[in-house]
Design a protein around this ligand. Structure first.
Ligand code: ADP
Ligand code: MG
Length: 236
C-alpha cells in the first residue's frame, strides 16, 4: 500500500470533517474520491499531502507517517489558485524545478505544448481554463509516487475536459504512481477510474472496483454513486 489511512478523524472546531476513516491505496491504480461538496474530499487529500494533521488515527505514505516533508513524495494539485500572478508560465515551471527534485522539465515542456500554453505569458493574463491546465501540467510533470488531484477539471470547458481526461492516462506512470482524484463531478472522470470511493459528510459509505461494478451490477459509477448517496440521505 502506498497510501494508508487508519481510523483517521479530522475536525475543525467541534465539527468532524472526517470520522474514523480507513482507506488503502495501491500503486498503479486511479482512485476516485467522490462525494457532494463539504464531504471531506479536500480534507482527505490535505491529510495525505501533509498539509493538515489528523486529530486521531494515522496517515501513512510509503510506510512513513505523514509530516510536511511528505511533499517530496506527493504531488498535489489544489482546488485553489496557488500561483504568483506576476510570474510567467515558464517562470512557474522553473520555480517547480527548483522546488521538487522529481520534477521533469522535459515532460513539462511537452505538456505545455499539448495544452497550448505559452511559456512567455504572464499567469495573470491566463484565462481560468488555462490556469487549470497549468495546474495540471505542474502536477503531472512530477515523477512522484503519489499524485493527488483535487477537482482537476473545474473551470475547464466541456470540450477541453473531454480531451484532457483522455490524454491524462498517457501522463501517468502506472508502474510507480498512485493517483487519487477528488471530485463532485463524477460523470466525466468515470472512464479514468479503477476504484470509486464514496465519501458522504465525513464517512466512507462505499468502495467499488469500477470494472466489477459494470460487469456484475451493470451500473455506471454515477448510477451507483446516486443510489448509494440516496440511501444515506434517506437515513439522515
Ligand atoms: P469537500 O472537498 O468534499 O467539498 P472539505 O474537505 O473541503 O470537503 O470540507 C469538509 C468539511 O470541513 C466542510 O464542512 C468544511 O466546511 C469543513 N472545513 C474544511 N476546511 C476547513 C477549515 N480550514 N476550517 C474550518 N472548517 C473546514
Ligand atoms: Mg473540495
Amino acid at each position: 500500500m502506498t497510501v494508508k489511512l487508519s481510523n483517521v478523524s479530522k475536525r475543525y472546531g467541534k465539527d468532524f470533517s472526517l470520522k474514523n476513516v480507513s482507506l488503502a491505496f495501491e500503486t498503479g491504480k486511479i482512485y476516485g474520491l467522490l462525494g457532494p461538496n463539504g464531504s471531506g474530499k479536500s480534507t482527505t487529500l490535505k491529510l495525505i499531502a501533509g498539509l493538515v494533521y489528523p486529530n486521531g488515527g494515522k496517515v501513512e505514505v510509503d510506510n512513513e507517517e505523514v509530516t510536511r516533508k511528505i511533499c517530496r513524495k506527493v504531488a498535489y494539485l489544489t482546488e485553489l489558485d496557488m500561483f504568483y500572478p506576476s510570474f510567467t508560465v515558464g517562470e512557474m515551471v522553473e520555480f517547480y524545478v527548483s522546488q521538487f527534485a522529481d520534477f521533469d522539465p522535459k515532460k513539462a515542456e511537452q505538456l505545455l505544448q499539448e495544452m497550448k500554453l505559452d511559456p512567455g505569458k504572464k499567469i495573470k493574463q491566463l484565462s481560468k481554463g488555462n490556469r487549470g491546465r497549468l495546474k495540471l501540467v505542474l502536477a503531472l510533470s512530477r515523477k512522484s509516487q503519489v499524485l493527488l488531484l483535487d477537482e482537476p477539471f473545474s473551470g475547464l470547458d466541456p470540450m477541453v475536459r473531454d480531451s484532457i481526461v483522455k490524454s491524462l492516462l498517457s501522463y501517468i506512470n502506472f508502474d510507480e504512481q498512485t493517483v487519487i482524484i477528488a471530485t463532485h463531478e463524477i460523470d466525466e472522470i468515470e472512464p479514468l477510474l479503477d476504484e470509486a470511493i464514496v465519501i458522504f459528510y465525513g464517512d466512507i459509505i462505499g468502495q467499488k472496483n469500477v470494472e466489477t461494478l459494470r460487469e456484475e451490477e451493470g451500473l455506471s459509477v454515477l448510477e451507483w454513486f446516486k443510489s448509494t448517496a440516496a440511501q444515506m440521505e434517506g437515513k439522515k
